[in-house]
Design a protein around this ligand. Structure first.
Ligand code: URA
Length: 230
């Protein structure tokens, strides 16, 4: 698609308004200002107007660095909701791809593409999710063996899938899960006699939380991040 047509459709500017913005140096493609209205765009090009990313009415995909105190729900009478942190048009059509507890921070995916979200969250796909876990007590070797081989949770007959466990310090580890049971990390640590003090999601599949995103900030996923879940 031509650049001026894309800018016009994605921003609501008239075609001549889009051309003026392009000539005026307000439009960048992949971060480089482009002044040629007839420039032909590739499907993966990222276009911005005045520094704001533009998107057509196609599916949208974002990563959010969820702060503590924000709930993974559409509405809540007491707490701010994760979707409220996104300043996007047609916000009602966006949904959270999975959930994090109110006190859990880190990577939360948001989209309006239900099929894509299903691929990320479907238990059959076993999409790995990695958490940095701060613990109340040192994690001993016996606990590590139980977590790595599949610990049993209270009131559940089926043990957890084996978890990936990397020790960062005696009271801090990186845990990778391929399933998503209710409060799973906290319950796994309780099952080995420990307690989670802080939980931060770093990665979902191959999508890593962008270190440039401050708590509460978000950005569109890149084409490579989107297709990594296809
Ligand atoms: N496990 C938990 O216990 N809480 C989360 O928010 C995510 C995984």
């Amino acid at each position: 698609m031509r650049l001026d047509r894309y800018v016009s459709q994605a921003s609501g500017l008239s075609r001549s308004g889009a051309q003026r913005a392009i000539r005026g140096g307000e439009v960048a493609v992949n971060g480089v200002v482009q002044r040629r209205a007839a420039l032909s765009l590739a499907a993966t090009d990222l276009v911005s107007l005045g520094g704001c990313p533009l998107q057509l009415d196609g599916p949208r995909y974002f990563m959010l660095n969820k702060p503590a105190g924000v709930v993974s729900a559409r509405e809540d009478s007491l707490h701010p909701c994760a979707l409220d942190l996104l300043d996007e048009p047609r916000r009602a059509s966006l949904h959270l791809v999975g959930r994090l507890d109110i006190d859990t921070t880190g990577l939360l995916l948001v989209s309006d593409d239900g099929a894509w979200s299903h691929r990320v969250t479907s238990p059959r796909r076993r999409c790995p999710k990695t958490y940095r876990v701060e613990l109340a007590m040192p994690l001993d070797e016996e606990a590590a063996v139980r977590l790595r081989s599949g610990v049993s949770l209270r009131r559940e007959s089926r043990p957890c899938q084996p978890a990936g466990l990397e020790m960062i310090s005696p009271t801090c580890c990186r845990l990778t899960l391929t399933e998503g049971r209710y409060h799973q990390v906290k319950r796994m640590m309780a099952a080995v006699g420990n307690r989670v003090l802080a939980l931060h999601r770093e990665q979902v599949g191959s999508i890593v939380l962008d270190p440039d995103l401050a708590p509460g900030a978000y950005r569109p996923l890149t084409p490579a991040e989107i297709t990594s879940m296809s």
